[in-house]
Design a protein around this ligand. Sequence first.
Ligand code: GLP
Length: 273
Amino acid sequence: MKEGQQRAEPDELCASGAPQGHREPIQVTVHPTAEVACAAVAEEVLELVAAKPTAALGLATGSTMVGVYRALVGALEARSLRLDQVRTFNLDEYLGLAPGSKESFRAFMDRHLFGPAGVSNAQVSFPASPDSQPGVESVRSARAFEAAIETAGGLDLQLLGLGGNGHIAFNEPGSRPDSRTREVELAARTREDAVRTFGGLDGVPRRAVTMGVGTILEARRIRIVALGGHKAEIVARLVRGEDGARLPACYLAGHPDVQLHVDAAAASRLAAG
Ligand code: GLP
């Protein structure tokens, strides 16, 4: 194992949805700071793109990813590299936002990665448009999104954050391990977590389109990032293992190449190992 890594030894492994006989614990890398964690993940993305310039990247949003994208943009600039041949597939998008809303995940990606890294519209796929109304176009756009991933040859690497309730993308507790890209209702906890972004609960969308758990599990590599003391409890629960129906991130334990990157604060409730 590399320095800084620890193999989690859960009492009960995250097993829901994993094929019988394939119940590996999630490999955890504890980094001293958030900055170091973000740099490590950015470096892995960069190595992948250097080896395969046309890589299909599954991308995530949220405050955790701000540092990852900052590190990635910095490393690209330092090495005079560009993400000009990759295809990108974002995990999720809100529904029912005003056109041009700066709170959409598309706007987040434009600000933090696509703009600074020169990723063009033609390279980018989202599972929905943020100004689509719930129920109207989401079935069609979800299907088109799944088809686009397939056409790209599948996702080479999927980045994931961790929701406060253990969701991945917007696969809330109760999601099935074989779920595909679809429209979902956001959990109360998820909407509360988004209050600061939207300036009040009334402004937080109720519905979104998310990549499914089954879709995520088909990515060849999955890298989860969780930073800060407010993630310590959910990280400990993920590593200890729970039923994926209660804590959807636990479905990832059945994946053959999944790693969790945390900083010291997010690792603070992990048993020493
Ligand atoms: C949203 C996104 C998730 C993300 C989560 C964590 O709910 N849909 O994909 O993992 O936020 O956000 P943060 O990184 O801000 O904690």
